[in-house]
Design a protein around this ligand. Structure first.
Ligand code: ZN
Length: 423
């Protein structure tokens, strides 16, 4: 499926290895060979380009005893791309990566972090690099951060029409707290950026505090936490509160101090976005109360919560429709949501999805608006059960219901929704 003129990783590694051998000093080579014409440079460029073409989020370059391994994370799964990296060439590849982010190539016993920007056709990407010494050598993990920003449009956040309107309503609130919730890799930061992208306006001072800054947004003041110099979320927040801001975004609320400042600034006329590591909307409220926020303060500060997860997106070119039979396990799992004649979709595989049947991911969400009834409930410091009961009386569609709708629309397989919602 590769174009004829494109070299395979085997060819690229072999060429680089031959060229390294002619210098006959593999360990000393990096600086000398890492000029623009070096095969190692071409090799690393190809590793980056191939990762972009395959829509990978991360590149893993891993040492081994005899050979090293190259893996890409695609749609959340690690896939081996090449597992025959000659170890005599391995340090050159790592050195090239270090040079790209101006790290110390002589240091190979301590972890190092860096980043660099890279142009790929029209696309400009930021790459965040982490290098860690393992017993067999240094391992590099490169996170690819697309800078184009198109993916941050509210339309690309996978909201249902109803949730999209609610979300835009939340973004237009003059003040209060809006929380994005989900576990690691649930896309909550993308949703947070979606809100900032929507609100981005030269008449507003928008400030973020993040750990780490994942995407650079034009026109937004992004601050990175740095615990090495004791610049943690609390210190950063204290400083930012004096920066005449309109809108604030806090990367993650983990401590009582940060939660307190979040509530305080949303009660003093600011719109504040934050992410919280919980699995559902109801648990966000519970978590913030648990962090010691006074119930009556939380009730008036909180405006809304988006909780979400990511599920594999069915390839639209090859997925096939099927009839869900009444006595099938899927019909049972769907319960009241099943009706005879229900049609759902499953993966097949074609050239466009490289035979995998899936391409990219879709977010399933629940969006809770804090109305006056919920406000009253929260202000009494409810139990989790009481909160759940109160939420049932709102018009919120749960993540499960949102997932079923997306399965019916052919975006995802119902098995994935059942699996995620049962976790
Ligand atoms: Zn396909």
């Amino acid at each position: 499926m590769k174009p004829k003129n494109k070299k395979s990783f085997k060819e690229l590694f072999d060429t680089a290895k031959r060229s390294a051998a002619t210098y006959n000093a593999p360990m000393a080579i990096p600086v000398k060979t890492v000029n623009d014409r070096s095969p190692v440079v071409e090799l690393v460029n190809n590793i980056l380009q191939e990762a972009l073409e395959q829509n990978a989020s991360d590149i893993h370059v891993e040492p081994g005893n005899v050979v090293g391994r190259l893996r890409y994370r695609i749609d959340g799964n690690l896939e081996t791309v090449y597992d025959q990296i000659p170890m005599e060439l391995y340090s050159n590849v790592i050195s090239r990566i270090k040079i790209m982010c101006q790290l110390n190539i002589a240091e190979n016993r301590l972890p190092q972090d860096g980043r660099f920007s890279y142009s790929f056709g029209q696309q400009e990407i930021d790459v965040r690099v982490s290098i860690v010494p393992l017993i067999k050598g240094e391992k590099a993990v490169l996170r690819l951060l697309n800078r184009a920003g198109g993916f941050m449009d509210i339309d690309s956040l996978d909201f249902s029409q109803e949730n999209k309107e609610k979300f835009m309503g939340l973004c237009r609130e003059p003040s209060g707290a809006v929380i994005m919730a989900g576990p690691v890799n649930s896309g909550k930061t993308t949703t947070l950026y979606g809100a900032l992208h929507y609100l981005n306006d030269s008449a507003k001072n928008i400030v973020t505090i993040e750990d780490p800054v994942e995407y650079q947004l034009y026109g937004i003041n992004q601050m990175q936490v740095n615990t090495k110099i004791k610049l943690d979320f609390e210190e950063a927040l204290k400083a930012v509160l004096r920066q005449d801001y309109d809108i604030l975004a806090i990367g993650e609320v983990r401590s009582h101090e940060v939660a307190k400042m979040l509530v305080k600034s949303s009660l003093t006329g600011h719109l504040v976005f934050a992410t919280v590591h919980t699995s559902s909307a109801v648990k966000v409220i519970y978590r913030l109360l648990d962090m010691g926020i006074k119930p009556f303060l939380l009730a008036i500060a909180l405006r809304g919560i988006v909780a979400q997860r990511l599920v594999p997106r069915l390839c639209p070119h090859c997925c096939e429709v099927y009839d869900v039979l009444p006595d099938s396990s899927i019909a049972k799992a769907l319960g009241d949501n099943y009706e005879p004649g229900l049609l759902l979709y499953r993966r097949c595989g074609c050239d466009k999805c490289r035979g995998r049947g899936i391409r990219g991911r879709v977010a399933i969400q629940e969006l809770l608006i804090i109305d006056s009834d919920l406000q009253q409930c929260i202000s009494y410091g409810p139990t989790l059960g009481e909160l759940e009961e109160a939420i049932k009386n709102t018009d919120m569609k749960t993540m499960w219901e949102d997932g079923i709708e997306k399965a019916k629309a052919g975006l995802v397989e119902i098995e994935e929704i059942i699996r995620i919602c049962n976790e």
